[in-house]
Design a protein around this ligand. Structure first.
Ligand SMILES: Nc1ncnc2c1ncn2[C@@H]1O[C@H](COP(=O)(O)OP(=O)(O)O)[C@@H](O)[C@H]1O
Ligand SMILES: [Mg+2]
Length: 272
């Protein structure tokens, strides 16, 4: 079966998930989450720490099971065959220090038995080229900066040529300067390759810069509070997105929707 009728590649339907809490009590973490991701779409899931973003991404990838609901990729329920069609980028790239950068990228391809050794190496080089790291392919990862290591993490996912990329705050552990740079590189890369991405972040500006659609999540339990479309022209890396009136208005409505605005300074007593 091919893609579903409405053209959406990935469908998340009514996902509920609870974890065991204190004294055997179950804590509801995700409450009826539904969302759709169409081919070539960049969808961000934006919410505060602890609202269940990572849990949701793991459920999409089939790493953990939901209590109820389903994840459908290209018309089929996610099982081992579909898992191979998705690639994860984590907050930490966790590169193996004894393998070269290229061999780290190839590691993810070793389970793909249909690829020859030469094809694996070709794919790894191509992916490293896309993130601008072709020249350090033979170096050990510890010689690379944090930003470069994250780019290797992205290359590792690219090399698998997945149908969907799942990214869990891939720039979350980087310093501001490196993050700024990598966000722009990511923007350029996805526009070039037309990737389908589910991107988890708690950074409002990052979500606006990269996304076609932003899914706002509230916490306790994690629920979708609103879905916003980002109608900003592309290529976005070619202008200052943050200063664009549409981006400013969008930012304002996100801050409002997530209840991040303090309206009564007196009442909260200022900064403690
Ligand atoms: N394996 C687990 N067992 C129990 N609780 C968990 C587990 N994984 C996550 N949680 C809880 O679920 C909530 C959401 O976590 P997480 O999905 O990591 O949020 P986020 O990625 O948005 O910061 C948190 O309260 C966390 O403590
Ligand atoms: Mg998380």
């Amino acid at each position: 079966m091919g893609a579903v009728d409405n053209g959406c590649l990935l469908e998340i339907k009514d996902i509920r998930k609870s974890f065991e809490g204190d004294k055997g009590k179950r804590n509801l973490i995700l409450d009826d989450i539904s969302l759709q991701v169409c081919k070539g779409e960049f969808v961000s899931i934006l919410g505060a720490s602890g609202c269940g973003k990572t849990t949701l991404l793991r459920i999409i990838d089939g790493l953990i099971e939901s209590d109820s609901g389903e994840v459908i990729l290209e018309g089929e329920r996610v099982g081992p065959a579909q898992r191979r069609r998705m690639a994860f980028v984590f907050q930490d790239s966790n590169l193996l220090p004894w393998r070269s950068v290229q061999k780290n990228v190839e590691l993810n391809l070793e389970a793909m038995k249909e690829l020859s050794k030469a094809q694996r190496s070709e794919r790894a080089i191509e992916a490293l080229r896309l993130v601008g790291l072709e020249e350090v392919a033979s170096r050990p990862p510890y010689q690379l900066s944090g930003g470069m290591q994250q780019r290797v993490g992205v290359a590792r996912a690219l090399a698998r040529q997945p149908v969907v990329f799942l990214m869990d705050e891939p720039f979350g552990h980087l310093d501001n300067f490196t993050r700024e740079r990598l966000q722009q590189e990511m923007s350029r890369l996805i526009e070039r390759i037309g990737a389908t991405v589910v991107f988890v972040t708690h950074d409002i500006d990052e979500a606006i810069l990269l996304s076609d659609k932003i899914v706002l999540m509230r916490s306790n339990p994690g629920q979708v509070s609103r879905v916003l479309s980002v109608d900003l022209p592309r290529p976005r890396w070619k202008y200052n997105v943050r200063a664009h009136p549409t981006a400013l208005a969008l930012r304002e409505s996100i801050v409002e929707e997530l209840g991040l605005r303090i309206d009564d300074w007196e009442e909260v007593g200022g900064i403690q």
